[in-house]
Write a protein that binds this ligand. Structure first.
Ligand code: PEP
Ligand code: MN
Length: 335
């Protein structure tokens, strides 16, 4: 249920109403917009007296929200959420260009790639330390050492870092990580999402391997319902009939659909979304043109020898060109 308050509703009367609603055992999500305050009521609203609330002179409208996702719903928070990460931000016009290798392999590799993507205009460094691999015999990532190397690269470049958490038991290693990635294989690891909801870390939540848009939103709801509002959604392609020429099918329509349904920022990963380097640039540009709040692109110093996902990684030179085009699309979108 949402209650939109009248323009000029006094802070005292608003506070009084919020306290009364909380006494009815409801969670109250307050969104302070430019002209109106929106109260999003979460919990069992079946017995709430809508007419009574509607009759209050500070209330403009009261409506029931039938969608199963509440806190992430744009009806609860009409303005775009802006997720702050140090001095950078994502959402509400702030664009995130996240780039780096699939996996951190060694110090020279990650610092070189970090410097190159920064020069190209990236404002976040990505790199996997804990890798979810289909085969247990493949490179599993450097683990804690990988995080240490990412933090070194952050020190050298100033770029905030994004890296995947696969097991909540490792959360202490992520203390200085700026954005925790939840990978496609863990989108519905609800116990992990609940724990991440108790932190205040920005979470980059990927769409599940064959996940629907609603499932992605419900997973984000798990994080927000537990108190963490810093959620960034990531479209990374889904499993469809096609698998010969593309690794996944990148669902670009998910961008405007999500932007319509939720206030959370939407980032697109054209690398995992397509699986092939030559497809990364066209899909990155299309995603920017479709209104994505950011892009995550895999960049490797030597893709043919990469320990993971070389076939979809750009070289730093290729990324230079793609980044320039992305910024031109962004400019065109603003004009
Ligand atoms: C990744 O970003 O390195 C990754 C493993 O992505 P996904 O979870 O989308 O497969
Ligand atoms: Mn990868």
């Amino acid at each position: 249920m949402i209650a939109v308050l009248k323009h000029g509703a006094s802070p005292e009367r608003t506070e009084h109403l919020i306290n009364w609603l909380k006494e009815q055992n409801l969670g109250v999500h307050v969104s302070q917009g430019e002209s109106h305050t929106v109260l999003g009521l979460i919990g069992d609203t079946a017995n709430v007296d809508m007419e009574m609330i509607q009759s209050l002179d500070i209330v403009e409208t009261v409506t029931r929200v039938s969608d199963p996702f509440k806190a992430v719903n744009r009806k609860f928070h009409p303005d775009d959420s802006v997720i702050r990460v140090g001095e950078t931000a994502i959402g509400g016009g702030h664009f995130a260009l996240i780039a780096g290798p699939c996996s951190v392999e060694n110090e020279a590799q990650i610092t070189y790639v970090a410097n190159r993507v920064k020069q190209a205009g990236a404002n976040f460094l990505r790199g996997g330390a804990f890798k979810p691999r289909t085969s247990p015999y493949d490179f599993q990532g450097l683990g804690a050492e990988g995080i240490r190397l990412l933090l070194e690269a952050k020190k050298a470049t100033g770029l905030p870092i994004v890296t995947e958490l696969m097991d909540i038991r490792n959360i202490d290693l992520f203390e200085e990580v700026d954005v925790i990635q939840v990978g496609a294989r863990n989108t519905q690891n609800f116990d992990m999402l609940k724990e991440l909801g108790k932190t205040r870390k920005p979470i980059l939540l990927k769409r599940g391997l064959a996940g629907t848009i609603k499932e992605l939103l419900m997973s984000a709801e798990y994080i927000m319902a537990n108190g963490n509002e810093n959620v960034i959604l990531c479209e990374r392609g889904i499993r469809t009939y096609e698998s010969t020429y593309t690794r996944n099918t990148l669902d670009l329509s998910a961008i405007p659909v999500l932007k319509n349904l939720t206030h959370l920022p939407v980032v697109v990963d054209p690398s995992h979304g397509t699986g092939h380097t030559y497809l990364v640039e066209p899909m990155a540009l299309a995603a920017a043109a479709a209104g994505a709040d950011g892009l995550m692109i895999e960049v490797h110093n030597d893709p043919t020898h990469a320990l993971c996902d070389g076939a979809q990684s750009q070289t730093p030179d290729e990324f230079d060109v793609t980044a320039r085009k992305i910024f031109r699309i962004r400019e065109a979108m603003q004009g």
